[in-house]
Ligand binder design. Structure first.
Ligand SMILES: [Zn+2]
Length: 143
């Protein structure tokens, strides 16, 4: 049996679950993406105390990531609608396209909010690096 308390968290899992990029244990968000509570980004990692918004206005950069994700999703929704309508691009189908693209955009907006910040923290933040010594069940002393 593997000792789970000392095993290291894979990057992919930390990414999907929205964990801190430094220790891969603490949550970046205080609530799930889809739920009754409004999504909030924690200020500090509850496990290793890494500050997530490393400088003021840092998450503005996430807006560009979110924008790119949104564009890709809307394009995808348009293509799917095109095939669902049997490749019909007639003028009467315009609203079907508009509604399906807007619907996808609205439904995915909590997802985009969350993952644009996770992408920013995990892939686009050279200042935050994974520290395996922090990826343990109990930290001896907080950093
Ligand atoms: Zn952490």
């Amino acid at each position: 049996m593997q000792d789970l308390s000392s095993s290291k968290t894979p990057k992919s899992l930390a990414f999907i679950k929205g964990k801190c990029p430094q220790c891969r244990r603490g949550n970046v968000f205080s609530s799930p993406a889809y739920g009754f509570a409004l999504q909030k980004t924690n200020e500090y990692c509850s496990h290793c105390n890494q500050r997530f918004e490393i400088e003021p206005g840092y998450f503005y950069a996430a807006m560009y990531v979110s924008y790119a994700m949104n564009m890709a999703e809307m394009l995808w929704a348009g293509i799917v609608t095109y095939y669902l309508l049997d490749r019909n691009l007639a003028w009467e189908t315009l609203w079907t396209y508009v509604i399906s693209i807007l619907l996808v955009s609205i439904v995915l907006s909590p997802f985009n909010y969350r993952y644009s910040r996770i992408i920013l923290l995990h892939w686009l933040s050279p200042k935050i690096k994974y520290k395996p010594e922090l990826d343990v069940e109990h930290l001896k002393h907080k950093a």
